[in-house]
Design a protein around this ligand. Sequence first.
Ligand code: AMP
Length: 361
Amino acid sequence: MIGKDEIESLIERYDTNRISIGTLGSHSALNIFKGAKEEGFRTVCVCTRDREIVYRRFPVVDEFIFVDRFSEILDEKVQERLRELNTILVPHGSFNAYISMEDMLGRLYVPMFGNRRLLSWEISRDKQREWLLKAGLNLPRVYSSPDEIDGLAIAKLPGARGGMGYFLADSPKSFYEKAEKMVRNGYLSREDIKNIQLQEYVLGVTAYFQYFRSIIKNEVELLGMDRRYESAVDALGRIPARDQIHIDLNPTYTVVGNIPITLRESILPEVLRMGDRVAKIAEEIAPPGIIGPFCLEAIITDTGRIYAFEISARIVAGSNVGIGTSPYAYLKYGAGMYMGRRIALEVKLGIEKGMLGKILY
Ligand code: AMP
């Protein structure tokens, strides 16, 4: 694993008057680059040719490094160029998808804004659960075997497959029948079935809370909120129940976009406290804890009870709804603040106060 001292010696060689903010051209890159430019940084995009159009059409990139695959960010030549440009990398969801945890921890010799050590907590459902329970959050019950199912349950596969292959069951019998059918139809393998996590299905609406934990200011900020727009589950309500039964639907949760939310003010106290507690526990389990953005994914029931079902310890694509306009960021900072810009602001403060070593890992 790359040591903190190794990252620090990289930072020492950087020209802090010429820092670039870099990331992979995907996920929330527009958000990150725009924010970096607004705070006066240069930007560098590690990009594939098929996605180039995005970062040309929206002029937020100063320097491109083209690759055939995102995993080539690990190539020595690419890393060398990033360091030459004094790049601070901002990780987002595509890093988890295209680069293995071992490579992130052991082969990426470029300073990153964020705590690499929290990654191992984020990518395991069991460790996430332990973290959130320690923080005192309500979590959906987990069934340890399909035979325990006594209400509506959601069957989830390990890893982020965008909700693909998830299914619902309300009894052991319906679980085994559906699982068998999913295997027969080629949606799941027998191995997948063994690795399924079965959660209580919480009836309520989803809400994703976007926080920023600042080591420099020593506080947790709430900067935005969204819900996902998921195909096909968000389309089901448009089909009458009678027809749904006939076509034997299975909800899938492929994210195609995000929708901004503002919450009832009476629910905000709990949302703010949840962010504080999760950040506090992160300091204990992986010092120095969360650096920068994190997101709690939650379901809110009709009684106002909030169940957290996942955490991301990095910028989430849902924060793209706030580019330029997030109401919660406005309440704290006034116009024009959003997650990508908040990251750049923290880097700027880090440079000014000589604290870069505290926020780069
Ligand atoms: P995930 O892969 O964990 O992000 O879940 C994908 C989607 O499944 C979420 O956006 C929710 O719409 C839904 N979901 C996940 N867990 C639950 C749960 N315990 N109860 C109800 N819906 C859930």
